[in-house]
Design a protein around this ligand. Sequence first.
Ligand SMILES: Nc1ncnc2c1ncn2[C@@H]1O[C@H](COP(=O)(O)OP(=O)(O)OP(=O)(O)O)[C@@H](O)[C@H]1O
Length: 679
Amino acid sequence: MMPPEQDTSNITTHNSPASIMLTSRTENVSVHAEPSNVVPFSQYPIPSQQHQGQQTRLRFSVLCQPLRPVTLKFEEVAYSIYSSTTTTTSCLSLSSHKPKPRRSVLNGVSGVVRPGELLAMLGPSGSGKTTLLTALGGRLTGKLSGTITYNGRPFSCSMKRKTGFVAQDDVLYPHLTVVETLTYAALLKLPKELTREEKIEQAELIIVELGLARCRNTIVGGPLLRGVSGGERKRVSIGLEMLVNPSLLLLDEPTSGLDSTTAQRIMVTLRRLARGGRTVITTIHQPSSGLYRMFDKVLVLSEGCPIYCGQAEQAMEYFSSIGFTPGFNFLNPADFLLDLANGITPDEQLEFQGSVDHHDDQNSRKQDLTSSYKKNIYPVLKADINKNLQDSSFSTVISSKSSCGEVQWSTSWWEQFKVLLRRGLQERKHESYSGLRIFQVMSVSILSGLLWWHSDISHIQDQVGLLFFFSIFWGFFPLFNAIFAFPQERPMLIKERSSGMYRLSSYYFARTTGDLPMELVLPTIFVTVTYWMGGLKPSLVTFVLTLLIVLFNVLVSQGLGLALGAILMDVKQATTLASVTMLVFLLVGGYYIQHIPPFIAWLKYISFSHYCYKLLMGVQYSVNDVYECEIGMRCNVTDFPAIKCLGLDNKWWDVAALTIMLVGYRLLAYVALRIGQPH
Ligand SMILES: Nc1ncnc2c1ncn2[C@@H]1O[C@H](COP(=O)(O)OP(=O)(O)OP(=O)(O)O)[C@@H](O)[C@H]1O
């Protein structure tokens, strides 16, 4: 293994919140991107020293804390995916049309990014920018080869904790406000050495530093819910990553979909973050010339192959030197680079409009550009990559999804559980306490109370029907509600777990506990209304037992819903499977068919509705109860066919079966989540 590089890894730099404050767009841009870009901490005023009378410790932003600079080097990175056909096999044979089992997405990509530098990856859509960024963030699974090192070492758990990754799509809880989003993240991400108040203070400082104070109490929103603006949402995403003061910050198209002023504002923030000693890498689609000037380095990709990697200000000079000079209407270097990455030259620009048959020319131009890169740029890059390497023999096929053995959590299990529970309750309160759900349950309970109005034991058939309805309705309802839980939260869970924010077990218990109040309140209201309206046994003990059995059934059915959702992670598939399962449970429950053929009778033993129905009858009737079986004739309830078939004894066996299902389904849900998640 190669030892860490000596140049930067042992340096400890600082930056202050002032260093990332948003500043004027007309600032002078330094294009030198050496570690000397790192602004010394002492040059900035420290807010805590400016606020007299305030607690000194609380006024320190996490961003002021020392960080360990990261020099990121990547060499000959290649990535391919399975594909039946391919058009790209290698950087120098761009037009191969032979069917291949694998398709190359990245090929021979190299580069060096040092602390204090901002590298922008440019390229047409589909050129592999996101894939490369994901690989550099240690999050790419699959066949990745080449070398990626962080201070001379491969990606590790400690590196993971120092890396902030802002994905292209903002994964945020839409119903939480900006301040809630950042506060909950601070409570989960920041180390236990800080008090709760200090963590909340950090969230507040980030809000100020990212210019989000104006919208701090506005909900984040989402595709169907109006909230903060796109730029503000993006800054919330950046703020979430900034909370842990990352040494390496990776951003996937942070400016896409934003107006030029907001895009510039975000880029100024990123540049300031870089100048504070961080290594910042961003992909960007179509930067304006103003944005381009803010980049220290650019890497231009064309169909997964690099055509340029180096100082942003030298790119035009390089392309001129190999015969590609911008035309007379040249304005924006980024447009010129993107045209080249598409194989289009400046002279072609005007006549290109409307023309479709330039494919071969473009491919051969891309090939020329790739060859020039290999000839002129790669040797320089290679020398730079090998600079300071004491053991240049270190080269390995990357397994970027390194497994983290013992994860060091920032907070205790109990703290994570409490924060996740509160956050979940806040995010889902509109759902749990939705008037529609309450109306649904209330209307069904009143309607069934009226339909079974004061039925007594002389109408035993009706009463048994009501008990069966209890077991089925409270099997279906919680099952279908629970199915949505994990598939809906999957993107958030993957994102937060990828950054090692909390344990899966604390999330799982918080999620399932958070749903309980409403899941139990609704059946309680239902049973209370229907039981007494429906004329069931007027005994408080029997009523309470009936209620407990229904609640038990709710928990089991909810467990099955959670398990189906967690296993399939697809709401459509899970609801289809759940409806088939519940239909089977309904049929074999013991109400509709009393003489099921023996070869299929076993199905009832896997039906929780069957056990629930049996228990409900067991508490409603005793062996001494009689009913009027014919006019003037009294029969024992145990002779009533539905009861005779099921029996009123062995209640503890039924309880045991439901208990096994309760634990089993929930365990299954947890295992399915664990298998499908990082860590
Ligand atoms: N897991 C995958 N499955 C299928 N195709 C993939 C996968 N990963 C990458 N690709 C393909 O690799 C190519 C590069 O994708 P990538 O998202 O990296 O491009 P990009 O340059 O970021 O594009 P854009 O600018 O449009 O976001 C695309 O053609 C994409 O379809």
